[in-house]
Design a protein around this ligand. Structure first.
Ligand SMILES: *Cc1c(COP(=O)(O)O)cnc(C)c1O
Length: 390
């Protein structure tokens, strides 16, 4: 498993080359260009302890998962990557690998709902304390850190659904000064648009369910780690807890990664056209997109992202009922949760993805709509929004 492979030599190659080749060399026996789905739980040993390529049992390692993990590490410029059954499984494993009861973490005050629930209802009862902070404000993050006790500063950028932008480089400096690690949930940007490890982050988290998989056909998660000491802890916990990606799921995500670059470019092209349309629409009171100059995070996003992504949020003058009606009337945009697939999705965060934070500081405006702009023909997307808003 550890021999120098063709994939290793491609570490320096361009993003799309790594996406297509890293993690797997054509099978020496058959020449298969694509890794098989190794549907096996165990491996024949050549004499006791005589493992072939280090494979012993598929919770510990499976060749299809190894291929995915190699590709993810290459795309995020990390030392090692680990694939999990879901984004939340990856997060839970990371927290238990790096923290112990009594430790403290800083989390985004608008964290992904499932992440917030994990901290509030699972990790806190276990003994991990957390403080929510506005991650777009470096001073607020600094103020939330408890030096000596804070193990992790956790950041999402851009955030969901208001697309706030955190300055990864600046927050890495603040976290490291206090002896904490910086973890970045890079799900919204994907490794194509943003590579947090090269900006100073220590660990990248992905829900590979979203852009990495990209086809809304798999639930998965990943951690990519910069240093070997952290990698060892994460690897130990991945095997000990066992929330690993199965071989078919790993295969689907790996297949998705091959087209990540061209998909993201089309997501961004289409999102930019949709933003321009919504900006001019009389029913729309505000368009939220980091690519807009008036977006408060525009300057930071321009520095740390290649482009601004496929998620667009907007608000309506006429209020909540109009927002609900617009979601219901869309036909090319599918009304549904999740994001990052080739198909366009529309949703009402207040009643759907963010219903659980109603009445709290995390409440989102009732007239807000979130789009995950897909890669369909953009004229069809704009025509659909036009009729839905009419
Ligand atoms: C979906 C999502 C998660 C959780 O991932 P699952 O694969 O659903 O467990 C975490 N963070 C962000 C930003 C997400 O969008």
């Amino acid at each position: 498993m550890s021999e120098q492979t063709q994939a290793d030599t491609e570490k320096a190659a361009g993003f799309e080359t790594r996406a297509i080749h890293a993690g797997y060399d054509p099978d020496p026996m058959t020449g298969a260009v694509i890794p098989p789905i190794y549907a096996t739980s165990t491996y024949k040993q050549d004499g006791v302890g005589g493992m072939r390529g280090g494979y012993e049992y598929s919770r510990s390692a499976n060749p299809t998962r190894t291929a995915l993990e190699g590709c993810l590490a290459a795309l995020e410029q990390g030392e090692r990557a680990f694939a999990f059954a879901s984004g939340l499984a990856a997060e839970d494993t990371l927290l238990r690998a790096l923290c112990k009861p009594g430790d403290h973490v800083v989390i985004p005050d608008d964290a992904y709902g499932g992440t917030y629930r994990l901290f509030a209802k699972v990790e806190q009862p276990w003994g991990l304390e957390y403080t929510p902070a506005q991650v777009a404000d470096v001073d607020a993050v600094r103020a939330a850190i408890q030096p000596g006790r804070t193990r992790i500063v956790w950041v999402e950028t851009p955030t969901n659904p208001l697309l706030n932008v955190a300055d990864i480089e600046a927050i890495a400096a603040v976290a490291h000064e206090a002896g904490a690690l910086l973890v970045v949930d890079n799900t919204f940007a994907s490794p194509y648009l943003q590579q947090p490890l090269s900006l100073g982050a220590d660990v990248v988290v992905h829900s590979t369910t979203k852009y990495c998989g990209g086809h809304s056909d798999v639930v998965g998660g990943a951690l990519v780690v910069k240093d070997l000491e952290v990698a060892e802890k994460v690897g130990f916990h991945q095997n000990s807890i066992g929330a690993v990606a199965g071989p078919f799921d790993a295969w689907l995500v790996l297949r998705g990664l091959k087209t990540l670059g061209i998909r993201m470019d089309r997501h961004c092209d289409n999102a930019e056209r949709v933003v321009a349309f919504l900006k001019d629409h009389p029913a729309v009171s505000q368009v939220i997109y980091p690519g807009l100059e008036e977006h408060p995070g525009h300057e930071v996003a321009s520095r740390q992202m290649k482009r601004y992504g496929g998620i667009v949020s907007f608000r309506l003058h006429a209020g909540e009922q109009k927002a609900l009606d617009t979601c219901a009337r869309a036909t090319v945009f599918t009304l549904g949760e999740s994001l990052g697939g080739v198909e366009s999705l529309i949703e009402h965060p207040g009643r759907m993805t963010h219903a659980s934070v109603a009445g709290t500081d995390l409440e989102v405006p009732a007239d807000l709509i979130r789009l995950s702009v897909g890669i369909e023909t953009v004229e069809d997307l704009i025509a659909d929004l036009d009729q839905a808003l009419a």
